[in-house]
Design a protein around this ligand. Structure first.
Ligand code: Z5A
Length: 210
């Protein structure tokens, strides 16, 4: 298997982290080396950036939407240089929990930043590295937010946004999928964990043969 760059995307509470872990276990059980990672915050610089962006605080740091976009993008470039690219170069498949589609959906769909500007920034921030497969976990926003609220933690700056904000994000994720059918597989996230894991395993098996 050539090393693949696989991303897991979706609204909050959609279950992608649970499934990213299961996909990692599955590929490892087949003998493939895997790096599972996430955005934002997987590098040392990224930890600082994540704190600015997502600190769970009743009084979050005020941020202009463009500053938010650039901080997620800075985290990404650092992540690519330090972790993703070195792994791919060594033939290690990378599973990444959120990547460019989250920026398009949250900062574009959610915040309303011009999508053309976001795509231009992606070209620079990604160093031209795009995923070969993306699993989009699609779920009604109300269910995702219910799952998150069960955790009972203080919410971060994005989790406290209203339901319309989250609905725009879901719609934008779906548009990305319709525009990129070769890369993005939509998964109905309102199924059991086992049913979803099986769908992904079947797809990964095919991907491994390429
Ligand atoms: N963000 C952005 O705006 N722009 C960007 O460019 C990037 C990110 C990269 C990162 O948050 C935030 O940054 C995110 C987008 C924004 N928005 N917010 N807030 P994070 O890293 O803290 O967390 P997250 O990525 O949003 O993930 P999450 O919401 O914590 O969870 P999840 O990955 O979607 O799901 P999960 O942890 O696997 O499951 C959530 C719960 O549901 C958990 O209790 C599970 O046990 C349960 N679960 C899982 N699967 C199922 C099924 N199938 N049925 C029932 N229950 C389930």
């Amino acid at each position: 298997m050539t090393a693949h760059f696989i991303t897991f995307e979706g609204i909050e509470g959609c279950g992608k982290t649970t499934q990213a872990k299961r996909a990692e276990e599955y590929l490892k059980s087949l003998g493939y080396p895997v790096l599972r990672t996430y955005e934002p915050g997987a590098t040392r610089v990224g930890e600082y950036i994540r704190r600015i962006l997502l600190e769970k605080n009743d009084n979050p740091i005020p941020l202009h939407p463009i500053s938010e976009l650039l901080l997620f993008s800075a985290d990404r470039t650092q992540h690519l240089c330090e972790l993703i690219l070195p792994a791919l170069e060594q033939g290690i498949t990378v599973i990444c929990d959120r990547y460019i589609d989250s920026t398009t959906a949250y900062q574009g769909g959610g915040r309303g930043i011009d999508l053309e500007l976001i795509h231009q920034i992606h070209k620079t921030a990604t160093l031209g590295i795009y995923p070969t497969r993306t699993y989009l976990f699609d779920l009604p926003v109300e269910i995702g937010l219910q799952r998150i609220s069960k955790r009972g933690n203080t919410l971060d700056r994005l989790e406290t946004e209203n339901i319309e904000f989250h609905q725009r994000i879901r719609d934008c994720f779906l548009r990305i999928a319709y525009n990129n059918p070769q890369r993005v597989m939509i998964i109905d996230a309102n199924q059991s964990e086992d049913a979803i894991a099986l769908i992904i395993q079947n797809d990964l098996r095919e991907l491994c043969q390429k």
